[in-house]
Design a protein around this ligand. Structure first.
Ligand SMILES: Cc1ncc(COP(=O)(O)O)c(C=O)c1O
Length: 499
């Protein structure tokens, strides 16, 4: 029996039956309805429609229970020592590390799991340690999170050439021919790093993982940003072999935040060079001897004390996903995203104009559970994304507005040329995200910024249905009818673009 949450209505029941006709595999995911009712019941009890899984995942009450019971019933100290409380903690930290490798099917001979603060921390480790240099290249897709874009500053400082490969609107898939051309034009005697996301956090596009082997065969080292991918897709490191993989665990299972991971091929150890040392990363160091010896293995990259009390919860979270089955989560996300795309695409004002402009694939081929779009008014102008977010807030729908720290995808989606966008980066006093949006609107009469919804482990049909009803509320409305959001003067939330 497929269970649904308490927002059930006769209309929803009818729609649900129609949904099951088109997406019959959804019934194979009912274990997630049981979990929703038992371990994620707070969502319905508190009336939330959570559609921001690309921003952050949801933790189950059992994960918390397990973790806090462990903390309550034991005595733990800082690892890296030989006393009983330290040894107990070290054992759990190393167990979590081993399970990270096991979860991603990575051989411990081939990969190291380095704990970081988050995916950005993992990406920064690569950026600061990779031996960029004159003659070498940093190649990346336009569609990347800013924490991947930011690596270009390390590359630039060390004299490497920075090259971006565009995506092609409206599907926003990468331009494969340009990519191959760039991959073929490297100097194999130099250090060349290619970075791309397994799944775009803007459009939900999934990049072909085959690009990893293609690039490596041409002498490139490959950095895969898997932060938006691994929460709803299986990922097997015995099949795909990037040199570096960046992950944030809260995106996979909600708790804990503040822990991420860099999975690194061990062969890279002889290639990369840490630019500094810190407590925890060295065997010994001397002030007068002016030297240090790094420890061997992942600890050489874990600066200071790791978030040791939270690391056992990473293993709990991964085991939780493994028990549920990542294929089950994937299937549910596939069905709900497919249904949302089908239905959002069908919404038209009575004058025939489409209500929704989706940035990215309109079907489920080569995409995941993230949908970015603009609502377009009855006269063809984009609704204010801040107002959409504000109205969603009033319905307790959590979605996200902005460019999601992915300016390259936005520049492609909104057809902004190098000179158009470049004009705003000559200002020495800086600019907030909303100021940029407003200046793009006044200068080029273009909307910049989207609404984004994303589904995941604890999503159900009722969530998707609630959002569709919300969307239908904009039919036959103009911007004037819906209004433009005025941020309260004390608010700083609109200053920057996020996740
Ligand atoms: C694709 C992608 N990469 C990297 C990040 C950065 O993750 P974090 O903020 O956890 O460091 C995000 C965050 O949303 C993301 O979606």
């Amino acid at each position: 029996m497929v269970m649904m949450n308490k927002r059930l209505s006769p209309q929803m029941e009818t729609e649900f039956s129609a949904f099951l006709e088109i997406y019959p595999a959804y019934v194979e995911t009912t274990i997630l309805d049981e979990l929703r009712a038992n371990e994620y019941e707070r969502l319905d009890r508190l009336g939330h429609v959570y559609l921001d899984f690309t921003g952050g995942g949801m933790y189950s009450s059992r994960q918390l229970q397990q973790h806090f019971d462990r903390l309550k019933e034991s005595v733990f100290g800082n690892p890296h020592s030989n006393n009983p409380t330290s040894l107990a903690m070290t054992e759990l930290v190393e167990s979590a590390r081993a399970y990270v490798l096991e979860y991603f099917n990575a051989s411990a001979d081939e990969y190291d799991a380095i704990f970081t603060l988050n995916a950005s921390g993992a990406l920064k480790l690569v950026g600061e340690s990779y031996p960029f240099g004159p003659g070498g290249r940093y190649l990346l897709t336009f569609d990347n999170h800013n924490s991947v874009n930011g690596i270009r500053e390390f590359a630039r400082t060390k004299g490497a050439k920075i090259i971006y490969v565009p995506a092609i609107p409206p599907t926003m898939h990468v331009d494969r021919s340009q990519l191959i051309m760039q991959l073929e034009h490297s100097r194999p005697d130099q250090n060349n790093l290619f970075a791309f996301p397994a799944q775009s956090n803007f459009t939900g596009v999934q990049y072909p993982l085959e690009m990893i082997a293609e690039a490596r065969a041409l002498g490139w080292d490959v950095l895969l940003d898997a932060a938006a991918y691994v929460s709803t897709n299986p990922f097997d490191l015995s099949q795909w072999k990037p040199d570096f993989v960046a992950i944030s665990f809260y995106k996979m299972f909600g708790y804990p935040s503040g822990v991420g991971c860099l999975l690194m091929r061990r062969q890279m150890l002889s290639k990369i060079k840490r630019p500094w040392f810190a407590g925890g990363t060295i065997q010994i160091a001397s002030v007068q001897g002016d030297g240090h010896y790094l420890v061997e293995g992942p600890a050489a990259f874990e600066d200071g004390t790791v978030d040791y009390l939270n690391l056992p919860a990473v293993e709990d979270g991964l085991r939780h996903i493994a028990n549920v089955g990542i294929d089950v989560i994937h299937e549910r996300v596939h069905c709900l995203t497919g249904w949302l795309l089908d239905n959002l695409n069908q919404l038209h004002h009575s004058n025939g104009k489409a209500l929704v402009e989706i940035h990215g694939p309109l079907d489920m081929i080569g995409r995941g559970g993230t949908i970015a779009f603009n609502f377009v008014d009855v006269k063809g102008a984009g609704f204010d994304i801040r107002q959409i977010e504000h109205l969603a807030n009033e319905e307790m729908i959590s979605l996200r507005a902005g460019c999601f720290c992915n300016p390259g995808a936005a520049e492609m989606a909104y057809h902004l040329s190098k000179s158009e966008i470049g004009a705003f980066f000559k200002d020495t006093r800086g600019m907030s995200f909303d100021e940029l949006r407003s200046r793009i609107r006044t200068t080029y009469d273009k909307e910049y910024g989207a609404t984004r919804i994303s589904v995941g482990l604890s999503s159900n049909f009722a969530d998707a249905f609630a959002f569709l009803q919300f969307a239908q509320g904009f039919l036959n409305k103009s911007i004037q009818d819906v209004g433009v959001f005025k941020a309260p003067p004390e608010s700083r939330a609109w200053m920057h673009d996020s996740a």
